[in-house]
Ligand binder design. Structure first.
Ligand SMILES: NC(=O)c1ccc[n+]([C@@H]2O[C@H](COP(=O)([O-])OP(=O)(O)OC[C@H]3O[C@@H](n4cnc5c(N)ncnc54)[C@H](OP(=O)(O)O)[C@@H]3O)[C@@H](O)[C@H]2O)c1
Length: 267
């Protein structure tokens, strides 16, 4: 039976207000649901709910009384200058308003390898976001996640020319969005680490093998070709650039298990 908020208070579990920037997105909506299941006041914030981090519209209001901000927003465009502008402008606005509201913990979701792949415009922008957070005044936790299973199709589409998908033979350790939300939720309600926590999936693949496995499950006829110089979102990668550098916290959901779910639940 679901516990009521009063029930949590009775049990001595502390209830927090957490504002989830991008709380209507893939990770954000799962995170909001999980935090609420645990009795917290999780407030989704995005243009859909009247909060825009680029213009700061709605930020002061939504952050009132919040102890934690979790930024799981994403740039609508991955174009080089647009994505850099998105992550730097929105992070500056968020840091300023979060500090003014007395927020005690600033959490942001980023990507494993941001510091290792300067060729990638997207990862450069994520790295700039992280630098701003690290040089800010609010205690923080940065979560580095690997690629989401839900993103694998987009990766394949990005690498497709005609009916051929060209991919470099590098390692990848993707994870389910549910496992990402679980990891971010745990970190958000804990003490700030003032550093980076890496999270990843339970299995490592070679990039081309992962995409082939996804295509086989969906009867996608595209041909997958290994090309050591194939670029992934504009960058060339080393064999281990996309996998955690240190000891990562691992998710539980395996790729074949996720592929076996009805398509509508794969989101
Ligand atoms: N994809 C991957 O494999 C991967 C791997 C590791 C880390 N990540 C990181 O995970 C994060 C979340 O990704 P996701 O796939 O969950 O994103 P998503 O589904 O695309 O959701 C993006 C969210 O950002 C919100 N947003 C967009 N513009 C905004 C603005 N100006 N102000 C406030 N909110 C805004 C959107 O709101 P509306 O719906 O209202 O527009 C939406 O709620 C990203 O930061 C990404 O870098 C991704």
């Amino acid at each position: 039976m679901a516990r009521t908020r009063a029930g949590y208070v009775e049990k001595g579990i502390s209830i927090m207000k957490l504002v989830i920037i991008g709380g209507t997105g893939l990770i954000g909506s799962k995170l909001v649901a999980r935090l609420r299941e645990h009795g917290h006041e999780a407030v989704p914030a995005s243009p859909d709910t009247g909060v825009n981090t680029l213009t700061a519209e709605g930020l002061a209001d939504v952050l009132q009384g919040a102890s934690v901000v979790v930024d799981v927003s994403n740039s609508p465009s991955f174009e080089e200058s647009a994505v850099m502008d998105f992550f730097t402008r929105s992070t500056r606005n968020l840091l300023e308003h979060a500090a003014a509201a007395g927020v005690k913990h600033y959490v942001a979701l980023s990507v494993v390898g941001t510091e290792r792949i300067p060729d990638s415009p997207y990862l450069r922008a994520k790295n700039a976001q992280e630098t701003l957070i690290k040089s800010g005044r609010i205690p923080y936790s940065i979560v580095h996640a690997t690629q989401f299973f839900e993103f694998v199709n987009r990766i394949a589409d990005e690498a497709t020319v005609g009916t051929t998908v060209r991919l470099p033979p590098v390692l990848i350790q993707p994870m389910a969005a549910d496992d990402v939300a679980k990891a971010v939720g745990r970190i958000a309600v804990g003490a700030p680490v003032n550093g980076t926590v890496e999270v990843a999936g339970p299995q490592q693949f070679r990039f081309d093998e992962l995409i082939r496995q996804g295509f086989a499950a969906r009867h996608d006829p595209r041909e997958v070709v290994v090309d050591p110089h194939a670029r992934y979102f504009g960058a060339e990668f080393g064999e281990r650039s996309l996998i955690p550098a240190g000891e990562a916290r691992l998710g539980e959901i395996r790729f074949e298990q996720w592929l076996g779910q009805p398509v509508l639940q794969q989101r």
